[in-house]
Design a protein around this ligand. Structure first.
Ligand code: GLN
Length: 490
């Protein structure tokens, strides 16, 4: 059963082929066996999960419940969960128990899901490897000497290792798509404003967006149906009609032999230039050829401002982080130093002890670019670039339906390989950060294997609120291929 997708598991529960308690026990046993090495979870709530599973089984027996009732899932440890630890992978919040649920969590609870636990992540979602977690680095289930990507590396690893059929994540500059790519699972970053950020601990508020990881596009649509949509508690939540993200994917194609007939695939020249590893390039090229066989048409497009995305992102994201993280001062929230002489020393020591190196680096960069005298030169400039990058996407998307390219320039690398070189790590975000700067939706689907037998992900970028169509295109590709069904031997 654990090899089956969320869609199949939900159907098996509905048909009474398996109970939520049996299913939850199976996942908990697997987590107990594999998590000590993989470190995909920070918190496992075996007792709570079994109790929720019993409630779900009772609801189903009484003829109640919906599609996701009784399905075990997990949440990135950045989403507030009432009564369970929410650490953000940081010593700062090592003992933080939220008094309320994030909207994403409460909606998934209302849908009847069972929470297995909270997944590991880079500290405050800052990173691309999961190595900045205070609780130890998550390992890539395909090769435990390699990173799973980040920052939602625990979520991606959990789905890849079949420790949960679906897990939530957050994406500020690629943290859903990049680990999905490196772990060989499907991950979706929705349009900015499509998913409520309420109760999702902020990294960079104008870029952060929550989304699902699962085995397939269909599974991601099922998850999104449960938690996306307007939320009055989030002032940046988009006021739109509730959507059925499965609607296009379930529609039968006019010509079953050519299910992608009429779809224009934009291939940005800049996404295939220098820096893209050969193994990734050939897997992506093969996926595009496969989609052409399914009837899609390839259109060459250009995103000329691509190289400006990293500098713009690494000014804007730290700037917002420096402001958001000011609340962790040992008074309002977080770790407090044991000894100090006065208030100022208490703040300084608490923050120096509570935050890891990468978080401190970003707070310093962010404070610098926002400071008087530098604001115009860095922050304002970065905002101007952000606008140009968003315009680039609109020009490209006017010529096609979706853009295709890699999610990451290489397959997963070895743990420690970039530990001393943050700039090298930032550069690996080249294909993902611009999407957040523009606020567009994008997903990554498995499309092959590269060096060392490691998975490669195909990134698809769509226009605002075009998730349903993107998911349908990804679904047609997955119906014709089996990359997404492969899993590591564990
Ligand atoms: N790697 C990027 C960063 O470190 C993206 C992280 C994210 O999306 N949360 O900022």
């Amino acid at each position: 059963m654990i090899e089956r997708s969320l869609t199949h598991i939900a159907a098996a529960l509905a048909a009474g082929e398996i109970s939520s308690q049996e299913l939850t026990r199976t996942y908990l046993d697997r987590i107990a066996r594999l998590n000590p090495e993989l470190k995909a979870f920070i918190t496992v709530d075996a007792e709570g999960a079994m109790a929720q599973a019993a409630t779900a089984d009772a609801a189903r027996a009484a003829g109640q419940g919906g599609v996701l009732t009784g399905v075990p899932i997990a949440h990135k440890d950045l989403f507030c969960t009432e009564g369970l630890l929410t650490t953000c992978g940081s010593k700062m919040l090592e003992n933080f128990v939220s008094p309320y649920d994030a909207t994403v969590v409460s909606r998934l609870k209302a849908a009847g899901t069972v929470i297995l636990g909270k997944t590991n992540c880079d500290e405050f979602a800052m990173g691309s490897t999961n190595e900045s977690s205070y609780f130890g680095a998550t390992r890539n289930p395909w090769d435990v000497s390699r990173v799973p990507g980040g920052s939602s590396g625990g979520s991606a690893a959990a789905v890849a290792a079949r420790l949960a059929p679906a897990v939530t994540g957050t994406d500020t500059g690629g943290s859903i798509r990049q680990p999905a790519s490196l772990c060989g699972v499907t991950g979706l970053k929705p349009t900015y404003g499509a998913v409520s950020r309420w109760g999702m601990i902020a990294y960079a508020s104008s870029l952060d967006q929550g989304g699902p990881f699962a085995q397939s596009a269909e599974d991601c649509a099922l998850m999104l149906n449960a938690f996306a949509g307007f939320d009055e508690k989030d002032s940046t939540s988009a006021q739109r009609e509730t959507e059925d993200y499965l609607r296009e994917l379930r529609r039968a194609p006019a010509d079953p032999a050519r299910p992608l007939a009429g779809v224009r695939l934009g291939v940005p020249r800049e996404y295939f230039g220098e820096g893209l590893a050969e193994d990734v390039r050939s897997a992506i090229e093969a996926a595009i050829v496969e989609m052409e066989k399914l009837g899609a048409v390839r259109v060459e497009v250009s995103l000329p401002k691509t190289e400006l995305a990293i500098p713009a992102y690494y000014v804007i994201a730290p700037a917002e982080a420096s402001s958001n993280l000011s609340r962790f001062d040992g008074v309002r929230y977080g770790h407090r130093a044991a000894q100090y002489r006065d208030l100022m020393e208490m703040y300084c020591k608490s923050r120096a002890e509570g935050f890891g190196r990468e978080v401190q680096r970003r707070i310093m960069v962010g404070t610098y670019v926002l400071s008087h005298g530098y604001y115009d030169a860095y922050y304002i400039k970065a905002l101007q670039l952000r606008r140009l990058i968003a315009d680039d996407f609109q020009a490209a998307l006017s010529q096609c339906d979706v853009l295709l390219g890699p999610a990451a320039p290489t397959v997963a690398w070895k743990l420690g390989a970039m530990a001393d070189d943050p700039v090298q790590m930032y550069l690996a975000d080249i294909y993902t950060v611009s999407v957040n700067l523009a606020g567009l939706p994008a997903l990554s689907v498995p499309c092959g294997f590269g060096e060392g037998g490691m998975p490669v992900g195909l990134q698809m970028i769509g226009n605002y609120f075009d998730e349903a169509r993107m998911l349908a295109i990804a679904h047609r590709f997955q119906q014709a291929t089996d990359w997404h069904t492969r899993s590591p031997a564990l």
